[in-house]
Design a protein around this ligand. Structure first.
Ligand code: PLP
Ligand code: COI
Length: 362
């Protein structure tokens, strides 16, 4: 590592009793740890500093470019505590490379892979006590992000950028646990267009999903499903997850990566786990009409959402103002649940890591 981290410990961390109270029921997204990472990049100088500092607000000029033009990218990755107390993360080099892909699209500097992985290690070194015990799907959700911190109101790629990492102890993403969720079909709202930023993990994609997400929430759905912007006929992904369809004949299909969909690491891993089982997984265009017909005829037996936050969550219904497509109540051994068990067993160190996906952080 060419860049050395400077560590400034939080003089006022939460007490052990306060922390333990949080870790009893870590509602997704609600809590933070005691520290954060901040690395600074300047044009012509590159990455000039790397620090671990107490968690707290960012001091930023109101003219900082990120606040006006949304020049921002982020990642989501979890730390898992194993039964022996050690702390691990899942495929961090994949997240590092995706952050670089996102950064290129948003004209932000690339965080070197080794700096990305080291930043996770540094945060865990001071906040290890925040990684929950391995029960009830508890983990430490880590959020690395890059922001255009330069104060300049002209529109151009920022010349001063911050890379930060914060962390949040979490339980399941959906409060109802692993019950099938209802999905709202976004018929009048697109998330990503051709040559747009759909493949990048950038705030704007999420901001543009919120109107449809809110409409979905108001209609009893917990996620929104976007169709391709060009024809409005093919399924792309959910607001914060990829999705799969399981066919009666054993095949599985997921929308192909065509530049408008996030290259989900859970998606990629599930494809590999299914292929290990000899399941044929197709990455292809899937139209809403095919899903409508498949559910009506019984050809589609199951659908599930996947992502770091959601892990794998079965889908019970797809809904819009004009229709409700209901999947059959899952049989005795739905694929989604057996994949969920297999994946989480690897992540929590209960099963052999035959692909070498796990990376020790502490
Ligand atoms: N699609 C979107 C829009 C997401 O926000 C996420 C979450 O990160 C995913 C898919 C799933 O990606 P991953 O499995 O890498 O978390
Ligand atoms: C993740 O799964 O890491 C995400 O960023 C998605 C979001 C719904 C929390």
């Amino acid at each position: 590592m060419s860049i050395q981290f400077h560590v400034q410990r939080n003089p006022n961390p939460l007490s052990q009793a306060q922390r333990e109270a949080v870790l009893k029921n870590p509602v997704f997204g609600q809590y933070r740890t005691d520290h954060q990472v901040v690395c600074v990049w300047e044009k012509d100088k590159g990455w000039i500093s790397a620090e671990v500092i107490p968690y707290g607000p960012i001091q930023m000029d109101p003219a900082a470019a990120v606040l006006h033009y949304g020049q921002e990218v982020f990642e989501g990755i979890k730390a898992y505590r194993w039964a022996d107390g050690s702390i691990w993360t899942f495929r961090p080099h994949e997240n590092a490379r995706r952050l670089q892909l996102s950064a290129r699209r948003l004209a932000l500097p690339e965080v070197p892979e080794e700096l990305f992985v080291e930043s996770l290690r540094q945060l865990i070194a001071v906040d290890a006590a925040w990684v929950p015990e391995p029960a009830e799907e508890k983990t430490l959700y880590i959020r690395p992000f890059e922001i255009a911190a330069e104060d300049f109101l002209g529109v151009r790629a920022a010349q001063r950028v911050e890379y930060r990492v914060i962390a949040s102890p979490v339980g399941p993403y959906f409060s109802g646990g692993i019950k099938p969720i209802a999905i709202w079909i976004a018929l009048q709202s697109a998330r990503a267009g051709r040559y747009g930023t759909g493949e990048a993990k950038t705030g704007g994609n999420y901001a543009s999903s919120l109107l449809a997400q809110t409409e979905g929430n108001d209609n009893g759905c917990s996620q929104v499903m976007f169709l391709d912007a060009q024809t409005g006929t093919c399924i792309e992904e959910l607001g914060g997850m990829n999705l799969f369809f399981v066919f009666k004949d054993g095949r599985v299909a997921t929308p192909m990566l065509d530049g408008t969909i996030l290259r989900g690491i859970t998606r990629k891993s599930l494809i590999e786990l299914m292929q290990d089982r000899g399941i044929e997984v197709q990455e292809r265009k899937i139209s809403l009409d095919e899903v409508r017909a498949g559910i009506a005829s019984g050809a589609i037996t199951e659908s599930f959402a996947c992502g770091t936050a959601a892990v794998i969550t079965p889908i019970g219904q797809f809904k819009s103002f004009s229709e409700t497509l209901s999947l059959p109540a899952s049989g005795s051994e739905p694929l989604s649940l057996s994949l969920r068990e297999e994946l989480t067993a690897i992540q929590y160190g209960r099963a052999e890591d035959r692909h070498g996906w796990m990376h020790r952080l502490g």
